[in-house]
Design a protein around this ligand. Structure first.
Ligand code: PEP
Ligand code: MN
Length: 341
């Protein structure tokens, strides 16, 4: 249920309304917009009588929300959410480019790549320290040592860092991490979602599961938000289909749908979506053009030697070319701003 407030509603009366909702076991989420202020009601609204609420002085209209996701719903929060990721914004007018290797392999490697992607204009550094691998015999990531290397790269470049948390038991090591990634394979690990919702306000980059519907993705975001962390960024990375020419199949139309249904920022990962470095450039351009709020691109200084995902990793030179096209697209769609993207 959402309650649309009258323009210039008295603050004291709005507070009374919120207290009334709380006394009925419903949590009010106020979203103040330039055109309209909305109170979204989360909880069991079955015994709230819309007629009684509409009779209040400050209330313009009460609407039932059919969708099962509430906090993530655009009806609850009409304006785009803009999320502060260690000093750089993703969403709203903030376009984020998260770049770096699939996995952190050594301090020299991550520092060199961090410097290269920063020089090309990336706004955040990625690198996996805890890796979800299909084979138990494949490189599993450097774990805590990898996080320390990411911290060094952050100190040397000033880039905020994004890395995946697979098991909440490792959370204590994530103090220096700016954005916590929940990978596709964990999108429906509900306990993990509840833990990152309850124990941190750091932004969560939630990747869409490889066989998930958009509603399931939004419900996973809802788990994090309902547990107390509203800073969720959705990430599209393609889903599994019968097609084998690409690693996954990415329908860029989902960016439009997600942004219609939700106020949360949407980032596209063209690397995992395609699986081939040569495709990353054009898919990045298309994602920026269709209205994504950012990109996550794998970059490696020596792709043939990469311990993970070398085939889909751009070289720093390829990445720099893509970045300059992204800037052109942002200019073209009228969103580019001085000093940013
Ligand atoms: C990753 O970003 O390194 C990763 C493992 O991605 P996904 O969870 O989308 O497969
Ligand atoms: Mn990868």
């Amino acid at each position: 249920m959402i309650i649309l407030l009258k323009k210039g509603a008295d603050a004291h009366q709005v507070e009374n309304l919120k207290n009334l909702l709380r006394s009925r076991g419903v949590e009010p989420h106020e979203s103040v917009g330039s055109m309209q202020t909305v109170i979204g009601c989360v909880g069991d609204v079955a015994h709230l009588d819309p007629g009684i609420l509409e009779a209040l002085d400050v209330v313009e209209q009460v609407q039932r929300v059919q969708e099962p996701y509430k906090a993530a719903n655009r009806k609850f929060h009409p304006a785009d959410s803009s999320i502060d990721c260690g000093g750089t914004k993703i969403g709203g007018d903030g376009f984020g480019v998260i770049a770096g290797p699939c996995s952190v392999e050594s301090e020299e490697q991550i520092v060199a790549i961090a410097k290269a992607v920063k020089a090309a204009g990336a706004t955040l550094l990625r690198g996996g320290a805890f890796k979800p691998r299909t084979s138990p015999y494949a490189f599993q990531g450097l774990g805590k040592a990898g996080l320390d290397m990411l911290s060094t790269a952050k100190r040397e470049t000033g880039l905020p860092i994004v890395t995946e948390l697979m098991d909440f038991a490792d959370f204590d090591h994530f103090g220096d991490v700016d954005v916590i990634q929940i990978g596709a394979r964990n999108m429906q690990n509900f306990n993990l979602l509840k833990e990152v919702g309850a124990h941190t306000k750091k932004p969560i980059l939630l990747k869409c599961g490889m066989s998930a519907t958009l509603q399931e993705l939004l419900m996973s975001a809802e788990y994090i938000m309902a547990s107390g962390n509203e800073n969720v960024i959705l990430c599209e990375r393609g889903i599994r289909t019968f097609e084998t020419a690409l690693r996954n199949t990415l329908d860029l139309g989902v960016v439009t749908v997600l942004k219609h249904l939700s106020h949360l920022p949407v980032v596209v990962d063209p690397s995992h979506a395609t699986g081939h470095a040569y495709m990353v450039d054009s898919v990045s351009v298309a994602a920026a053009a269709i209205g994504a709020d950012g990109l996550m691109i794998e970059v490696h200084d020596n792709p043939p030697q990469a311990k993970c995902d070398g085939a889909q990793s751009q070289t720093p030179e390829m990445f720099a070319k893509t970045m300059s096209k992204i800037k052109d697209v942002r200019v073209l769609v009228g969103k580019w701003k001085e000093g940013g993207l």
